[in-house]
Design a protein around this ligand. Structure first.
Ligand code: 5GP
Ligand code: MG
Length: 172
């Protein structure tokens, strides 16, 4: 079976970069305890691989939010009413697969601050170079990419292709 699109980052390139991000994040928080909030479904693979490089005390939650339909952002974020966990007084790191318009990260950051998180930072695997809805720069980004539609390693096209071990670009 031929795979859709072309490889942008191989499995080995992803893992090498994730290990480096894990070291930087560990160094940044030092002795502070951290809660990682992974945004499902897209960031599941990334979050699980990243958290293996963080201290054993690190806590983990998953929020199911979504803004995309097909290859386009819908402009609104669903799922914030159904989140759980206690964030009051905690350092929180939001982990997402890809930063596009920034709608997702800005709404999730707002929500965590309203829940009295002590600090809120974000780490994305991929950051698209494009105009953002809100001027938001994640503290950590794995790779800067052009404004292309990518799949694999958790990222989907209409719920498919998440299990691909690499990131691939779909061009139409
Ligand atoms: P934002 O809210 O920043 O516009 O977009 C973030 C979300 O949109 C990501 O968490 C991801 O679910 C989805 N998304 C944005 N760009 C892409 C892309 O190129 N491929 C896939 N599969 N999802 C994307
Ligand atoms: Mg997402």
């Amino acid at each position: 079976m031929s795979l859709p699109g072309e490889t942008l980052f191989s499995e080995a390139e992803l893992q090498e970069r994730i290990s480096a991000l894990g070291k930087q994040i560990t160094e940044h928080y030092r002795d502070e305890e951290l809660t990682v909030v992974g945004l499902m479904n897209g960031s599941l693979f990334f979050m699980v691989d990243l958290i293996r490089h963080l201290p054993y005390q690190t806590q983990m939650e998953c929020w199911r939010v979504s803004s995309y339909q097909g290859k386009e952002s819908t402009g609104s974020l669903q799922g914030l009413d159904a989140i759980h966990g206690d964030y009051s007084g905690r350092h929180v790191l939001i982990v997402d697969d890809i930063l596009d318009t920034s709608l997702t990260l800005s709404k999730v950051t707002e929500k965590l601050l309203s829940l009295n998180a002590l600090s809120v930072e974000s780490c994305v695997l991929l950051s698209k170079q494009r105009e953002r809805a809100v001027n938001l720069t994640p503290k950590w980004a794995g790779f800067e990419i052009e404004d292309l539609f990518v799949i694999g390693y958790g990222l989907d096209l209409d719920h498919k292709y998440r299990p691909l071990p690499m990131i691939r670009v779909l061009k139409d």
